[in-house]
Design a binder for this molecule. Structure first.
Ligand SMILES: [Zn+2]
Length: 254
């Protein structure tokens, strides 16, 4: 890919967040020639398993993350080794140092992470939102642009309904938790035909989704998850980005 291609850095908490939250953006950006680097701050080793608690879950999820990144067209999938489920209680300075190193190494034009609602108030997700925001703010004039991703309210309910009421994420029985408390987006990105790739990437996370609503969807149902909500942060570079090019303003509700 061209050296001057835009670089997108996605920073998340667990393997699967990247596909679930912004698989459509990643697929579209990669298809347009952007270099996308996806980061998970943990190996997801505390997640539910389909075969009881497994010490090998972290290693398995790292492989699933790499597979999903390949499906989406991302250039790299980086997994750090912070403790899953513990991000709010770990040393903030250590996590911010790691995020700063990633920004220095990849020199992104745009950083994407969770919005303040953490997709559904997941403490790890909210902590990543706070740490990434602090890093970008501290970079001042040298900062990349920063966008927050949240889920369109009602989208996960539609997925669950299409799948006959199965949970969309194991252990989270209320599909309305997704996006319910998200700040309003400033951009909507529609994956269009690449929504099928987003669904395929989500399904790469077999340990998490083999028994979920996503496993029951037909390929055509990927349209249900095509729309993604983004919000420009108050901090970070202010210029036009790839996201502004491919996104549209949210429809004004009546
Ligand atoms: Zn997560």
């Amino acid at each position: 890919m061209a050296q001057d291609a835009p670089v997108l850095l996605g920073v998340f908490a667990h393997p699967d967040d990247e596909s679930l939250a912004c698989g459509g953006l990643v697929a579209r950006a990669a298809a347009l020639g952007a270099r996308v680097v996806l980061v998970s701050l943990t190996r997801g080793e505390a997640g539910p398993t389909d075969d009881g608690h497994s010490a090998a879950l972290g290693a398995r999820r790292v492989e699933e993350f790499s597979a999903a990144a390949r499906v989406l067209g991302a250039e790299a999938a980086v997994v750090l080794d912070h403790a899953d489920g513990m991000l709010p209680w770990l040393d903030h300075a250590v996590i911010e140092h790691d995020i700063r190193q990633l920004v220095a190494a990849h020199r992104p034009d745009v950083v994407v992470t969770f919005d303040a609602d953490g997709l559904y108030w997941h403490p790890d997700h909210i902590s990543v939102h706070e740490r990434v925001t602090a890093v970008v703010m501290a970079l001042g004039d040298a900062a990349p642009a920063l966008f927050y991703v949240s889920m369109p309210p009602g989208q996960m309910r539609a997925v669950a309904a299409r799948a006959g009421g199965a949970d969309v994420v194991p252990g989270l029985s209320d599909p309305d938790a997704f996006g319910a408390a998200a700040p309003p987006p400033t951009l909507v990105i529609d994956a269009g035909p690449l929504a099928a790739r987003k669904l395929a990437a989500i399904r790469c996370h077999v340990s998490q989704f083999a028994a979920s609503a996503f496993a029951a969807l037909a390929t055509d149902d990927a349209a249900l998850i095509a729309r993604e909500h983004y919000r420009r942060a108050d901090v970070g570079a202010a210029g036009l980005t790839l996201l502004d090019r491919i996104g549209t303003p949210p429809a004004v509700s009546a």
